[in-house]
Design a protein around this ligand. Structure first.
Ligand code: FUB
Length: 452
């Protein structure tokens, strides 16, 4: 009955065309971590973990995504930014994460189970761009059972780490390399956080520290979101109460964080709305967060209109060719170059010299759907001919007209399947091209039923 109701709600939302929740409908996302980086107040970033379509459990979670927007309606999914495969010390459970900007670089702080012993560790990965891909640096020393880490940098630049699972929550100041905690600052916050289960997140407002967390009232799932307030980052915290109660179509877990964007506070969390009520196949949600005059958080009741722009959110997957290898694809006999100027990201892929030379990029989506496929390229020496394979389907004889500079070309609508899709741009095997193709990025734009 519950599943039926969710399906009806989802259909109504889609047909009204105004849905802002779930915020991303192209891919399953959980544990959202929202941020505005100090050097770019116009862009909102959301980092998420990723649920595999069809799995409906957390055990097979393997990687993370980054999303960005400048208008809360049009979102870019920057694809997979870190995967279990890229973390030598880990074996499974790419669960909740957080991100931070610290001393000029971007960090992802995440949890995975350590290979061999199966203990949750808090990993740290770094990138010089907010969209990654991120490179693992190892796990934080001094943290055991490091599930659900959240990092908070105070106004004076001091970094703090919070983590917790299974009805416990801990915190400590981090050393400046973010790779170990200051043992003398380590504190268990559990007794201060009534009902705490996991997923702590700290934000500061009006000189107060707010610790929000998913919790369970005695022996009762699903999780609700609670909060506590302190005068210092490591407490003592005063328990305040629940601010996201049970709601229709929620998942067993809840988890999220808050951000101030363009003067408004927004709470990101997750539900099971996109999967039609499959409890462990989740999707990120966003609603405004408000306080009363005493600084108490007002209850949030999840709404389909979400951030209320009267327009449905639309996500475009943008995959930088030069990141193909780190983000689940491959560079086969091609190289990354920077000679032709005007590329986006860190470069482009070129030198498709021989038949079968190719670049592949990974597109992860929630459901079988149609996407508009665009490629940004240059081909200074003349037209170049290439095959494009989406999974095993060959969209052959793509012509890239001569272009000295990078430009986007629209190749029309393509089909993606639920889960992992490999998009491969091949050197054509039968007809030599005059031009030397340079691929900057590919884009896959969501196409809604009423837009076809
Ligand atoms: O997403 C996997 C796990 O579910 C997270 O680590 C928990 O907080 C819960 O959301």
């Amino acid at each position: 009955m519950k599943i039926k109701l969710i399906t009806i709600i989802t259909l109504m939302i889609t047909s009204l065309g105004v849905s802002q929740n779930p915020i991303f409908t192209s891919v399953f996302t959980a544990d959202p971590s929202p941020h505005v980086w100090p050097n770019d107040p116009n862009t909102l970033w959301v980092y998420t973990s990723h649920d595999e379509p069809g799995s409906n459990n957390h055990y097979g979670m393997t990687g993370y995504h980054a999303f960005s927007t400048t208008d809360l309606v049009n979102w870019t999914d920057h694809g997979r930014i870190l995967h279990l495969e890229n973390v030598a010390w880990a074996e499974s459970h790419a669960w909740a994460m957080d991100a931070t900007y610290y001393r000029g670089q971007y960090y992802l702080v995440y949890c995975m189970k350590e290979a061999g012993i199966g203990l949750f560790r808090t990993g740290v990965a770094r990138s010089d761009t907010p969209e990654g891909p991120f490179t693992d640096l190892g796990y934080v020393k001094g943290v055991e059972f490091g599930q659900d880490p959240a990092i908070f940098i105070d106004d004076d630049g001091t970094p703090y780490l919070y983590w917790g699972h299974d009805r416990k929550c801990f915190a400590a100041e981090l050393n400046k390399d973010l790779m170990s905690i200051k043992l003398e600052t380590y504190i268990e916050l559990t007794p201060q956080l009534t009902h705490v289960f996991e997923g702590p997140w700290v934000h500061k407002k009006d000189e107060k520290y707010y610790l929000t967390y998913p919790g369970l009232t005695p022996r009762r799932w699903p999780e609700k979101m609670f909060y506590a307030v302190a005068d210092k980052p490591l407490g003592p915290y005063k328990f305040k109460g629940v601010f996201i109660d049970d709601f229709e179509g929620q998942s067993g877990t809840n988890h999220g964080g808050t951000v101030t964007y363009k003067g408004k506070d927004i709470m990101f969390y997750h539900s099971a709305w996109l999967s039609g009520g499959l409890s462990e196949t989740r999707s990120a949600m966003a609603d405004y967060l408000e306080y009363d005059t005493q600084g108490n958080i007002l209850p949030i009741v999840p709404t389909k209109t979400g951030l209320g722009n009267a327009k449905r959110t639309k996500t475009t997957l943008k995959l930088e060719a030069e990141n193909g290898f780190a983000a689940g694809g491959k560079l086969y006999n091609v190289i990354v170059d920077t000679w032709i100027k005007g590329y986006s990201g860190k470069g482009y892929v070129t030198n498709f010299d021989n038949p079968y030379d190719h670049v592949s990029m990974l597109a992860q989506v929630a459901k079988p759907a149609k996407y508009r496929f665009k490629v940004r390229y240059a081909s200074p020496d003349g037209e170049s001919n290439h095959d494009i394979l989406i999974n095993s389907h060959k969209y052959s004889a793509f012509k890239f007209p001569q272009s000295d500079t990078f430009r986007e070309i629209d190749f029309g609508i393509v089909d993606l399947k639920a889960g992992d899709n490999l998009i491969r741009v091949f050197k054509k095997d039968w007809k030599p091209s005059k031009g030397e193709l340079a691929i900057d990025y590919i884009k896959l734009e969501q196409v809604f039923e009423d837009e076809k």
